[in-house]
Structures are given as C-alpha cells and as structure tokens.
Design a protein around this ligand. Structure first.
Ligand code: NCC
Length: 276
C-alpha cells in the first residue's frame, strides 16, 4: 500500500535505510594508495548520539525567520552545501556540527571548496549521485563530478577536519522508500541533500527538527536565504524528487501542523528512540 501511516513510514526508513559512509576497508578503496585518508570508522560510530538536532534547509523562507537562537539551542546542527552562517546569524544561527555537501560543490570552481573558510566548521560529509544500485567500483569510475581528486586535496590541506563520504547505497535505499510510498512513478534521480541530511541526523539524534524543508507562511520563490535568485523549482523540485520527499516528511512529522506554518518546523524521532 502507498498509504502507510507516519509510524509505519518511520519503521520502514529505520529498517531499510542504513546511513553508511565509505571506509578504507571497502573495495575499490582498499586497493588505492590514498585509502588511508578516509576515516577508518563509519560516521555513525564516530559521532553522537545527540539529544536534540536541527537540520537547516537552505530555503529562502529562512530569511527574516529569526530562528537563529532556536537553531543554535540544539546539540547538533546540520547545514547544506555552501549555505553560510556569517551575516545570517539571526535567521539561521551560528553552530555547524555537520555540513552535507553534494559533489558539485566539491568540484565546481565557483564554490572555491579548497580555499573558502565556509567549509572549515564542523564535520564534512560529501555525496555524489551514483548510478542506481551501482556498486562502489562502478561508481568510482563514473562519479558525476571528480570528487575523489578533490577529496584527497582537501584532506591534505585540512588533515584535522573529519571528512566522510556517504555510501551511494544510502541514496537509493532512500529513493526506494520514496517510490514505494507514491502511487505514480517518480524520476529515478537521488533524493535532495535535504532528505539525505534529515535521515543522517535521524540516525545520530534522539529528536530531529527540520527547518523550512516544509515551507512556513514565509514561503517564497527566493531560492536560498543567502542569494538573490528566484526559482520556485528550488522549493518544489526539478531534478530531485523533492515534492515527494516533502510529502514523506509531512507524513512522518510528529509536531503540530501549526509549527510548520509559523516556524517551518517539523519534528521527527531519531531511529533509536522508537521500536518497531
Ligand atoms: O539548493 P541546495 O540543494 O543547496 O539546498 C539544500 C537543501 O535545502 C532544501 N531546500 C533548498 C531550497 C529551497 N527553496 N527549498 C528547500 O527545501 C532542499 O532539500 C535542498 O536539498 C542539493 O540538494 O544538494 C541542492 O544543491 C544545489 C546546488 O548544487 C548547491 O546549492 C550548490 O550550489 C542544487 N542546485 C543546482 O544544481 C542549480 C539543488 O538542485 C539541490
């Protein structure tokens, strides 16, 4: 059935999506000279557990939200891509525990990934749209962007900063859950960073608050709170199955609808805080 209840959806995610990162013992990495640059343990055994966490979408509707203090009051905060805090503290806070970046950010020149201080706070986690159900070996030779060269360069420049690579299996385990819960066929593109980051925090935290993923009354066509660029597709999706992702999150929300309207806030339980 595509009409699973919130608790059923949560149980499905918990049992079928495993937030794994690439470790140096996995092939083909184990045979590569730079494998030792990868963290020896997966992210979930190095970080957390946290009590209360915030996932801060990059949506334009965060602008003038005044949510900064509330966001900073969480034990851990996840942000995305090149979303800044400096200059936007009042609306998005200052704390960055994890930054989830897509491979475009790592590899395209305009983000100055290797030199900008934007990326130096917190733990980095990178992901790249892998071919559907590909194994690591196939993906390694076919990444969307040359992330492994960039990864090695970054690690050598910033050896003290923890930096993980998401196992591409996670994208497709999550995509399968989205598809299984929709009546129509959805595009076979990986979920947005937003949903990936939400599930990542659900595996590290007791409770996760997601801000402006489901838009509040401040809903706007302004794409990001940090850029003067307007496109409704940022909120509704084009490449990513974003509308379907938002539908799932809405169904799993344990907070009152009013929180969405006023704060753009959704409340999700961490995977270790409920039994199935
Ligand atoms: O825009 P992006 O996402 O960096 O935003 C991070 C996550 O916030 C949620 N979001 C964002 C804007 C908005 N109006 N509503 C939202 O709900 C989404 O969940 C989004 O995932 C990405 O997912 O990685 C994405 O990255 C950008 C871009 O690559 C980076 O910002 C770097 O410039 C993509 N844009 C383009 O490729 C042009 C975007 O499609 C997805």
């Amino acid at each position: 059935s595509t009409k699973r209840s919130g608790p059923e959806l949560l149980c499905e995610l918990k049992s079928k999506v495993e937030v794994a990162t690439v470790t140096p013992d996995l092939r083909p990495f184990s045979g590569l000279p730079w494998a030792s640059l990868l963290p020896p343990q997966p992210l979930t055994s190095d970080l957390g557990p946290f009590k209360s966490c915030a996932v801060v979408s990059s949506a334009g509707s965060l602008k003038h939200s005044g949510l900064g203090k509330e966001i900073d009051s969480h034990d851990a905060v996840l942000r995305f891509n090149s979303a800044p805090t400096v200059g936007y503290e009042k609306d998005v806070g200052t704390k960055t525990t994890v930054r989830l970046i897509n491979s475009q950010v790592m590899a395209s020149d305009d983000h100055r990934f290797l030199s900008s201080s934007l990326y130096s706070a917190g733990i980095l986690v990178a992901w790249d749209p892998a071919p559907y159900s590909a194994d690591l070996g196939e993906w390694y030779n076919r990444t969307d962007y040359p992330i492994f060269q960039q990864y090695q360069k970054y690690r050598r420049l910033h050896p003290q900063q923890p930096f993980y690579i998401l196992h591409p299996r996670v994208e497709w385990q999550l995509w399968d859950r989205i598809q299984a819960n929709m009546a129509e066929a959805i595009q076979r593109n990986p979920p947005s960073s937003g949903l990936l980051g939400t599930v990542l925090m659900m595996s590290l935290c007791e409770v996760v608050h997601v801000y402006e993923f489901l838009p509040s009354r401040r809903k706007t066509e302004l794409c990001h709170y940090y850029q003067r660029f307007y496109d409704a597709a940022c909120t509704l999706g084009a490449y990513h199955p974003l509308l379907y992702e938002k539908n799932l999150v809405k169904r799993m929300n344990r907070g009152p609808d009013r929180d969405i309207f006023t704060h753009g806030r959704v409340t999700l339980p961490g995977f270790n805080s409920f039994n199935c």
